[in-house]
Write a protein of this length. Structure first.
Length: 178
């Protein structure tokens, strides 16, 4: 059983003083099917520069992989071992895109890993725990806890070849398509 991610969010009161507005488990957690990655949405911006006014929940919408146009997404993803995840990915790849945002960027050809996908974003990833392989069309690299990966709109996939989950934090920034 995975531990919920505690999220603490700040804002400003009517006098302009800094205040805490949210403190608790992140409310929007997605898992498409058994064996799939678990995605915890932490925050989203919808413009650049970001708008720090208001106190509305920004992740209260159906899941989508890519960040909003001119925006960002901050999330944590727990990748189960491939021995559990690959079958779920293959099933998702073969399904028609249902408009949910889950399959919008999947490579529906027969890639070497069923998780290959691409978004028009710059993705900053930090491995929090475990280890995982970042796969590209040409090559792969093993990442361990503390390593940072910067993905710049490339076709890529994640492969967890261990027996333990790998947990990564991501910030996705909208970018021009390549």
């Amino acid at each position: 059983m995975r531990k919920p991610v505690r999220r603490v969010v700040t804002s400003h009161d009517a006098c302009g003083r800094s205040v805490f507005i949210m403190d608790g488990a992140a409310p929007h957690v997605y898992c498409r099917s058994p064996g799939s990655a678990i995605v915890t949405e932490l925050w989203e911006t919808r413009s650049s520069p970001a708008d720090n006014s208001g106190s509305a929940e920004t992740t209260d919408h159906p899941f989508r992989l890519a960040p909003p146009k001119n925006g960002t997404v901050f999330r944590i993803i727990e990748y189960p071992p491939d021995k559990r995840r690959l079958a779920a990915l293959e099933a998702q790849r073969l399904e028609p895109d249902d408009g949910s945002g889950h399959g919008e960027a999947f490579d529906r050809s027969k890639p070497r890993h069923p998780g290959f996908h691409k978004t028009s974003s710059v993705d900053y990833a930090i491995v929090l725990s475990g280890e995982i392989y970042a796969l590209l069309d040409e090559g792969e690299v093993r990442l361990r806890a503390g390593d940072v990966f910067i993905q710049r709109g490339t076709n890529h996939a994640w492969s967890n070849r261990t027996n333990e989950p790998a947990v990564l934090a991501f910030v996705l920034v909208d970018a021009k398509p390549v």
